[in-house]
Design a protein around this ligand. Sequence first.
Ligand code: PLP
Length: 460
Amino acid sequence: MPRNYDIAELRRLDIAHHLPAQADWQEIEDLGGSRIITHADGCYIHDGDGNRILDGMAGLWCVNVGYGRDELAEVAREQMLELPYYNSFFKTANAPAILLAEKIASLTGGRLPHVFFNSSGSEANDTILRMVRHYWQVKGEHSRTIVISRHNAYHGSTVAGVSMGGMKVMHGQGFPAPGILPMAGIEHVRQPYWYNEGRDMTPEDFGTACAQAIEDKILEVGPENVAAFIGEPVQGAGGVIIPPANYWPQVEAICRKYGILLVCDEVICGFGRTGNIWGHETVGVKPDIIAMAKGLSSGYLPISAVAVSAEIVQVIKTGGDFVHGYTYSGHPVASAVALRNIEIMEREGLFEKVRNETGPYLAEKLATLRDHPLVGEARSVGLLGAVEVVADKATGARFGGAEGTAGPMVRDICIRNGLMVRGIRDSIVMCPPLIITPSQIDDLIGIIRTSLDEAEPKLR
Ligand code: PLP
C-alpha cells in the first residue's frame, strides 16, 4: 500500500530543495511544486491529489512490463543480500552481469556478441563515442574521428550525448561557441521527418533525399575522416519520427560503401517497442553497435548496455586497455533485475503481442483520429505513436511559434483527463507499457479525442 505522505509538505520541500530534470524550475515553483507521483500499478500511475492516470508514456519510454512487479523486487532483494555491488575494474566480474551479457548477445542473434554495461542511455552513447574512435585509432586509421548524426536526434544529456543529439535548444545552453556544444567532431544532417519537412515529395523520394544527405556529408568532410553514423531507428524524443521505409536500407548501404560503422541507438526502440526485439530489425538494417537502456530493466533500476560486433572487439583487444568504464558498469543488482525483466517479457510473449495484437490495434485506433479537425497526421509503429496537431489540415499549417506550443497544451488537458502523454512541439506522443490491453488503448485514444475537442476553441 502507498505510504501516507503529507503532499503539501512534499511540494514545499520540492520547491525548496529538489531540482527536477529537463524542467523550468521557476514554472514549477509558480505552479506550487511538481505533481507528486506516489505509487503505480500495471499501466496506471497515481498522484498525491488522488488522481489515477493511464500512463501512455511508460514512465519515460521505459516501463515495458508495467508497474508493481513483485518478481523484480524479489530478485533485487535476493541479489542485494548476496552481492549488492562489485566493480569490473579489477579483472573481476559477477554472475548477473555475465549472464545478462550472454542474454543480450543471444537477443541479437549472436551478431553482436559482446556487451559493455553502463547506467544510463547517455552513458551508453558516451561509451560508443569513445569506443568507435578508439577502434579506428587501434586499427591505424587515425583520421577517422567524425561521427555523423541527425538534427533533432536525441542521444542523451551528457556532453557527448547532447553533442551527438541534434536538439538545438540543448546545444544552445551553456557556452554558445563553435566546438563546445556540440563538441568538435560531430556533424548533423537532415532528419527523415516526412510530415514536417518532406511533404512536397513522396515519402520514398524524401527517404532517398535524407539518406543522400548523409552521403553528401561524408563526401564533404572526407570519408577517411568519418568513424560512424549514429541514429535511432525511430526518433523518439524528436517526436516519434518514423522514417520512410527506404531510408534505413540506403543509410546502411552508404555506411558500407565508405567503411563507416553503423550505430543504432535502441534506447527507446529496443526490447519490443516497435514490434520486434530491436528497432533495427523493424527498419531492416544490421548495425555494428547498438545502445540500449530503458526497456532493458523496464526502468526498475538504472542500467544500460552497448552491444558490439566481434570484429570491433577483436581490433580493440590488440590495443591494450580500453580506458573507459563506470563504477556501476555491470552492477549486479541492476543486471539481475534486467535479466528477470527480459525473462518476463519473453515469458508473457510481449514482443509478439506488440507485433501481432496491440501494435496493429493502436495503429487502427490512431487512424480513427485522422478525421479530427486538429489532426494533421496520426502515425505509429508497434507501441510508439504520435499525433500531429495542426491549425489547417489541408496545408499542415501549425498554430504558431517555431518550437510549437500546441503539443504541451493538449498534453496538459490529457493529463487532466487521466492520460499521461508527452507534448513535443506541435505533436503529442505516446509509448505505453507493452502490457497495455486493447480496452486501455480504447481509453487512451478516447481521452486524446476528448482532449483535442477541449483544446480546439482554446487554440483557435
Ligand atoms: N538515447 C535515446 C534514443 C533516448 O531516448 C534517451 C533518453 O530518452 C537517451 C539516449 C538517454 O538516456 P538516459 O536519459 O538514460 O541517459
